[in-house]
Design a protein around this ligand. Structure first.
Ligand code: FES
Ligand code: FES
Length: 152
């Protein structure tokens, strides 16, 4: 079955018909061509698909598009301004906090959700915020350093 939903993504409102079994991740990637958000496990385990929904980091592979009806979503594409990278993105580059980069959009969205609600997190709080984001290449220390750099 198909249902009409209205979702605001990166400040832009979209009213579209989506299949009821389509995930928010598929909706973002396939319907809106926002392919910065990645699919890793597709099962809520890896965090590659993390986006911000109504201010909270969520695994978009676990949310149905119809559940996002009326929601405000921010994806990795939404955090650059006029083509300029955000502070957190620059810090990831500076600290070499990625190798293949597959986990990076999710890591950055988890970090952003944390920093938006708590601009001054402790190292523990940073670790907790990215606990659901798996990285198989870089290790987590450069990521933590990058987030700390934005805080300081
Ligand atoms: Fe969503 Fe892995 S793709 S948590
Ligand atoms: Fe490759 Fe994290 S940089 S998975």
């Amino acid at each position: 079955k198909v249902k009409e939903i209205t979702v605001t993504v990166n400040g832009e409102k979209h009213t579209v018909n989506v299949k009821e079994n389509k995930t928010l991740l598929q909706f973002l990637r396939e319907d809106l061509a926002l392919t910065g958000t990645k699919e890793g496990c597709g099962a809520g385990e890896c965090g590659a698909c993390t986006v911000i929904m109504n201010g909270k980091a969520v695994n978009s592979c676990l949310v149905l598009a119809v559940e996002a009806d009326g929601a405000e979503i921010i994806t990795i594409e939404g955090i650059t301004k006029d083509g300029e990278l955000s502070k957190i993105q620059k810090a990831f580059i500076k600290h070499q906090a990625f190798q293949c980069g597959f986990c990076t959009p999710g890591m950055i969205m988890s970090a952003k959700a944390l920093l938006d609600r708590n601009p001054n997190p402790t190292e523990e709080e940073i670790k907790e915020a990215i606990a659901g984001n798996l990285c198989r290449c870089t290790g987590y220390f450069p990521v933590i350093d990058a987030i700390k750099d934005v805080v300081e």
